[in-house]
Design a protein around this ligand. Structure first.
Ligand SMILES: C[S@@+](CC[C@H](N)C(=O)[O-])C[C@H]1O[C@@H](n2cnc3c(N)ncnc32)[C@H](O)[C@@H]1O
Length: 259
């Protein structure tokens, strides 16, 4: 993978660094459960995750289902941290040849918080790749965020530019759905997924480690000021609304596309 574009190289560095620091995603039980339910409904045997990172979701899913699994990610260091028993390929999902993965091979394909890292044309290429590698009747589950999710995130209050940046990165759900249909999917359903409860402490650790890519795109001063306000709110000692709110359920939006 020579000559990565600047944004891809930046994300690759970020997720390699997070893999070394051991930061993992928070609030995932609800997502794993939906993957298991939908995969089971199509008799899943072969699953593939795009943007699998260190494979935390895959490990939980494979342990409870026994499905064959392969993970794809651009971040080589993150993949090296993945448990040995999981298969992996280091590749850029926006330029990958479907033949490498196997055309019509997978029953279930999924990704979580990957597509906002891709430009609009890269998203279209990626959706086409997924449609090629799924077998007819196979399902693609794509966890992302709707405009409403972005507006309701706690960080929208503390990092004023985050919403503006993210609206551009995520694109409306309807636009993503139209791209999936263009890529060859027969039907696409949209659902809100309850990811699980996240404690104030976990939430603070997540943002303080800059695990959310948006914090790496904002001006440094805004990040420092926002983190200080968030810390005081989450620790219950500051003037912000939200003080004393110790746990919160994270909800995001998934597109479930059938080939
Ligand atoms: C926000 S992280 C999500 C990781 C994991 N799915 C999770 O939810 O915790 C996005 C992942 O996508 C990977 N990624 C970003 N752009 C990619 C690309 N063009 N091709 C393959 N992987 C990519 C990153 O390296 C990172 O591991």
């Amino acid at each position: 993978m020579r000559g990565l574009s600047p944004h891809k190289a930046r994300y690759k560095r970020l997720y390699n660094r997070l893999a070394i620091t051991g930061v993992t995603a928070t609030g995932r039980a609800g997502w794993i459960q939906r993957l298991r339910e939908v995969g089971t409904s199509v008799g899943c045997r072969q699953a593939i995750e795009f943007g699998c990172g260190t494979g935390a979701d895959a490990e939980a899913l494979v342990a409870s289902t026994g499905w064959d699994f392969i993970g794809v990610d651009i971040a080589n260091v993150a993949l090296a941290v993945m448990p040995d028993r999981l298969q992996r390929i280091c590749a850029d999902v926006t330029t990958m040849d479907p033949v490498v993965l196997g055309v019509n091979r997978y029953d279930l394909a999924y990704c979580a918080f990957l597509v906002h890292l891709l430009t609009a044309s890269e998203k279209a290429n990626f959706y086409w790749l997924v449609s090629q590698v799924l077998r007819p009747g196979g399902i693609f589950m794509c966890l992302t965020a709707s405009e409403e999710d972005l507006r309701n995130r706690r960080i929208t209050r503390y990092f004023p530019s985050a919403y503006t940046f993210d609206i551009e990165r995520y694109l409306p759900i309807e636009t993503n759905v139209a791209m999936l249909v263009n890529a060859g999917f027969r039907s696409v359903e949209v659902e809100v997924v309850k990811l699980g409860e996240v404690s104030a402490k976990q939430e603070l650790q997540f943002y303080e480690s800059r695990a959310s890519s948006i914090l790496n795109l904002l001006p440094r001063g805004e990040v420092d000021r926002g983190l200080a306000r968030l810390r005081s709110a989450l620790e219950g000692s500051g003037p912000d609304e939200g003080v004393g709110e110790r746990k919160r359920e994270w909800r995001r939006t998934a597109m479930i596309a059938k080939k």
